[in-house]
Write a new protein. Structure first.
Length: 241
């Protein structure tokens, strides 16, 4: 770039801008009308706690919103095991190649072992199909879309009351209807096992039920191993997915 070219380029650009100003403004007006009907999404209750935490001036404040490990200074704490796993990945000097459409095969295989058990007949006999998703939310979205298109039974999925805030919109945006079964007992801050069993026993056969395998979100209340077995027996008897 030389000094005499800059004014020349600027003049050319200015002329072009003047010539195209009207069409551009007209196009902008049309484009803005495309989005005039977009509504603001509802605020996230949990993230709202974090925003309130940031505004609180109390030096003894604690953030009880998003579940994450933190140090004594309130900063995110990365577990040593996670640091080690990251280092192992870096040491492998991977080439960032695109993964297959179903995700990394080894990752899916080990995930299935983690979910079903190393000695599970489900894994040994190849009775599962596992694909890689983007965290829990992404995986639920892909799974719900698959169920809406291919599941031959009821398109109603039953969630525990309460369930994580984005579960209902994920299911509905995927074309599924949403029902619920009792789960949390606010009076005891524990599991309403009797209520859950009664409601699950009334779910129509061939429906879909969502279970939080551990660390129920948002209550943190989980069934005992014995209660899981009882729930499993009812779910199998009703033929629920």
């Amino acid at each position: 770039f030389t000094s005499f070219r800059v004014p020349k380029m600027f003049c050319s650009a200015s002329t072009g801008l003047q010539r195209n100003a009207a069409p551009l403004l007209s196009s902008a007006a049309r484009n803005s009308s495309f989005w005039s009907g977009v509504e603001m999404g509802p605020p996230d209750a949990i993230l709202g706690v974090t925003e309130a935490f940031k505004k609180d001036s109390n030096p003894k404040k604690m953030n009880l919103g998003v579940g994450a490990y933190r140090d004594d200074n309130g900063q995110p704490f990365v577990l040593p095991s996670v640091r080690k796993a990251e280092q192992l990945i870096m040491d492998r000097d991977l080439n960032k190649e695109y993964a297959p459409i179903g995700g990394e095969g080894d990752f899916c295989k080990e995930s299935a072992k983690l979910a079903f058990g190393d000695d599970s007949s489900v894994v040994k006999d190849g009775l599962n199909v596992t694909i890689q998703g983007i965290s829990g939310t992404g995986s639920l979205r892909v799974g719900a879309a698959f169920l809406n298109k291919w599941f031959p039974g009821s398109k109603m999925v039953y969630l525990p009351k309460p369930s994580w805030g984005n579960h209902t919109p994920i299911m509905k945006h995927s074309g599924l209807d949403v029902g619920a079964y009792r789960y949390y007992d606010a009076a005891t801050c524990g599991l309403d096992f009797a209520g859950a069993m009664e409601d699950i026993s009334k779910i129509p056969e061939g429906s879909i039920i969502m279970l939080h395998a551990c660390a129920h979100n948002p209550t943190g209340v989980d069934p005992t191993p014995e209660q899981w077995k009882e729930m499993s027996a009812v779910i199998k008897k009703k033929g629920l997915l």
